[in-house]
Ligand binder design. Structure first.
Ligand SMILES: [Zn+2]
Length: 402
């Protein structure tokens, strides 16, 4: 048994060595698929105040503290750069930075832009060679803050119904076409202290569900990937995914029918104005509606093995299988590595659908945790650490470089 295992291991090593030598070494990098390094330890980069976020809705140039954010970006870059030079690993080549509420959005944007510019000026250093993925979303923990921040705004300035922060989120996603949606989700274990009664109050689940579904619709409409947080409410999540699936499948059916009718009309319409009108309607209809965002990434996954099958089943688009989302999973050392089930869940998922993540705010610990993540996965699948780095990099590229 042991002999067999070592023979297997040697063949894996040679396969990996071959793979490494046949690819450009500098192309392989560590991809932190989920972090919050725009927030810092202590008060290096404080969140924007309520007044500042309102200014920001009107004019982004009014945002203050951007100088702090720029300095913070430099600190992150220098820290990543020196941890690459000190270690034997590949560099941290790309990070996906998750916001948690609108107060973060301008900071995420500024730090991402600053890091990109910083990298471009540093020829030869492979740190963050692939840049920063900006992610915009409202985390369930920050939902009440986001709601309060936008509550005073009059209803009639918003398009349609839904949370008042929604157009602000949409604005950030549309004006940053390479950005994705995160971090969003549902959490029934989180509570807030009521200052008056001193009682623990859970974040209302109906508010969480409304916010989650609204953000899933935006991500699917704009064809952006989503990073999802779920704690102790897989039942609610499944119900939500079911509702989204039913609603959007119905919408897609109606749109397909309308497209068919319009195309038929094009065939026999002779009036030029009418023809132009039909063509305009067809253009507005656009591509086929996606039922789910193109890629769904469950970060710090705390579900059991059976849940992987359930998530795969619910996200499968039976009517248009090619439009099914790619589903990925990540495990954060700070959250998952002490849970006994983590290895068996990872095995169930398989290396081809795993990414590595730090889920950290403190950039100084990121390098350490990403290495822990690589070691843990390599041990789980009995493969070389380089293989883990390369495969998780390709997986994360599929999520974020679409
Ligand atoms: Zn997170």
């Amino acid at each position: 048994m042991r002999l067999l295992k070592s023979a297997h291991r040697i063949s894996q090593i040679s396969a990996t060595v071959l793979a490494m030598s046949s690819t450009n070494r500098s192309r392989t990098y560590i991809f932190d698929a989920h972090n919050h390094v725009h927030l810092s330890m202590g008060s290096e980069v404080p969140s924007l105040s309520k007044e500042e976020i309102h200014q920001c809705c009107i004019d982004e140039s009014n945002v203050t503290r951007m100088e702090d954010s720029k300095q913070h970006a430099r600190n992150i870059y220098q820290n990543y750069s020196s941890s690459y030079q000190d270690g034997e690993y590949h560099p941290i080549g790309c990070i996906a930075m998750m916001s948690t509420q609108p107060r973060d959005f301008p900071i995420v944007q500024t730090i991402a832009q600053e890091l990109k510019a910083y990298n471009e000026n540093k020829e030869g250093d492979l740190t963050l060679q692939k840049g920063v993925i900006e992610c915009y979303g409202i985390h369930p923990w920050m939902l009440q803050q986001a709601t309060q921040d936008f509550d005073h705004l009059p209803d009639d300035i918003f398009e349609g119904k839904g949370p008042k922060w929604l157009p602000f989120l949409k604005h950030y996603l549309i004006s940053n076409p390479a950005s994705h949606v995160g971090e969003i989700g549902l959490d029934s274990a989180r509570w807030e202290m009521d200052e008056e009664t001193k009682e623990k109050v859970p974040i209302p689940m109906d508010l969480q569900i409304e916010a989650f579904e609204a953000q899933m619709h935006i991500a699917a409409d704009l064809k952006r990937s989503v990073s999802i947080h779920t704690v102790h409410c897989w039942g609610e999540l499944m119900d939500s995914l079911n509702r989204i699936k039913t609603e959007r499948t119905k919408l897609r059916k109606e749109q397909r029918q309308l497209r068919k009718t319009l195309k038929r009309q094009l065939g026999f319409e002779t009036n030029k104005d009418e023809l132009r009108n039909i063509e305009k309607q067809l253009e507005e209809l656009g591509d086929d509606t996606l039922v789910f965002p193109p890629c769904m990434y469950f970060h710090a996954f705390g579900g059991k093995t059976a849940l992987v099958d359930q998530l795969d089943a619910i996200t499968r688009d039976k009517a248009s299988p090619q439009a099914s989302p790619d589903v990925y999973f990540g495990f954060a050392p700070v959250i998952n590595f002490t849970a006994p089930k983590t290895m068996s869940v990872m095995k169930k998922i398989g290396l081809k659908r795993l990414v590595i993540e730090s889920d950290l705010e403190n950039y100084k610990r990121v390098s350490h945790d990403l290495r822990e993540n690589v070691k843990f996965i390599a041990n789980c699948f009995d493969v070389l650490e380089n293989e883990v780095i390369e495969q998780t990099m390709m997986n994360a590229e599929n999520i974020y470089f679409r």
